[in-house]
Ligand binder design. Structure first.
Ligand SMILES: Cc1ncc(COP(=O)(O)O)c(C=O)c1O
Length: 369
């Protein structure tokens, strides 16, 4: 074991992003089991972890490939040897199409589209590159983000793709992110049924026009258990389950059962000031934990709440007014949104039993183009 392997977590400089290896491995196995029990493929979303190492663990656990949100993420995964990638966001513009073709020469890369002009440009780029590109039509199943409306327009675009010599129509993508964190299980289930229904009806329409729909892809961590039971998708795209941020930890599982996924990702900070009896200042601010899903959650400190206090600072306040922390004390936080917090760091410090076990690059961090 090298020096890093013997370092205690408390000895690390902070703020630092910690990844509990055992919890990560359990989460990966549990999603594998969920998909296997449902008899569905799964293609985890690498936008959450941005790490070829974690992608490798997911593939070793039977994932069909990975999803990437951005071409830049896909380039990193392809260069690291991930063999099968779906880019779940439209790729637009000449330079990006050239990059897409370069990635498609390295790995099997499929992409979504929702616009006829973009489809023509994808076909042109594939022709120039001398390859046949897999394309899925993205359908807006309720989120109001990208995607063509369900029904005839989606079926028409499927025809356009299927009619191109340089493209291969693979199927449809429908992702409804707005319902993934609906806390009540019953409400979430009803919302997922409605969204998935839109995708399945559209798939039926495409099939009636004589085109095979091999892949119906979508879903996230919150809908995974429902998607598994409904059997609408052929392939699930969960991302956050590897880490489980505090926002996701709050959602209900069926029958009041405990969620199968556990927190593996935390941010460790240090108390750098004790300016008043009721509060401590920690070195974890907006540059060390994202706030788009609300404040991060202090771990193991009864009555403590966190509030962002600037780019580099945070307040930890205590109910009742007595703060037990001293300058130099370490405080662990659960991020409120794992994807955007991970994007702030260059590497995971991988821990096991309170010791540093490994360091993994967050190789696709910042690859937003
Ligand atoms: C298209 C798509 N699929 C899947 C996911 C994964 O969702 P989650 O992180 O909630 O599991 C996302 C996340 O935003 C997404 O945008």
């Amino acid at each position: 074991m090298n020096d890093i392997g013997r370092m205690k977590v408390e000895e690390l400089d902070t703020p630092v992003l910690l990844l509990d290896r055992d919890a990560l491995e359990r989460n990966i196995s549990r999603m594998r089991d969920l998909a296997a029990k449902a008899g569905l493929k799964y293609r985890p979303h690498a936008k959450s972890h941005k790490s070829p190492v974690i992608a490798g663990m997911q593939l070793a656990a039977g994932a069909a490939g990975v999803c990437c949100a951005k071409l830049g993420e896909a380039e990193v995964m392809a260069a690291s040897g991930v063999p099968d990638i779906l880019i779940t966001t439209e790729v637009v513009g000449r330079s990006k199409l050239m990059r897409l073709m370069a990635a498609a020469r390295q790995s099997h890369v499929a992409v979504v589209a929702d616009d006829e002009r973009n489809i023509a440009e994808l076909a042109g780029a594939a022709q120039t590159a001398g390859l046949r590109l897999d394309v899925l039509i993205e359908v807006d199943i309720g989120q109001g983000r990208c995607g063509v409306q369900p029904g005839p327009e989606a079926a028409r675009l499927a025809q356009v793709v299927a009619g191109s010599r340089w493209l291969r129509f693979r199927g449809l993508q429908g992702y409804q992110g707005a319902i993934q964190m609906t806390a009540g299980f019953g409400d979430r289930e009803a919302q997922v049924r409605q969204a998935l229904g839109r995708l399945m009806e559209t798939a039926e329409l495409v099939r009636k026009s004589g085109i095979e729909v091999e892949v119906l892809t979508g879903g996230g961590t919150g809908s995974s258990i429902i998607d598994g039971a409904l059997h609408g998708y052929t392939e699930l795209q969960p991302g956050s389950y590897v880490f489980m941020d505090s926002k996701y930890r709050g959602i209900e599982w069926p029958g009041g059962a405990t969620q199968p996924f556990e927190t593996s990702l935390t941010v460790l900070g240090t108390v750098i000031s004790r300016p008043a009896p009721d509060r401590a200042i920690v070195d974890v601010g907006l540059k060390a934990a994202s706030s788009d899903h609300g404040p991060i959650a202090p771990v193991g400190l009864a009555g403590a709440t966190y509030a962002f206090a600037g780019d580099e600072h945070g307040h930890v306040r205590f109910e009742g007014g007595r703060c037990p922390l001293a300058v130099g004390d370490r405080v662990t936080f659960v991020p409120s949104h794992c994807d955007t917090t991970v994007n702030l760091y260059d590497r995971y410090i991988v821990t096991k039993g309170g010791y540093v076990e490994d360091v993994w690059d967050i190789a696709a961090r910042g690859r937003v183009q």
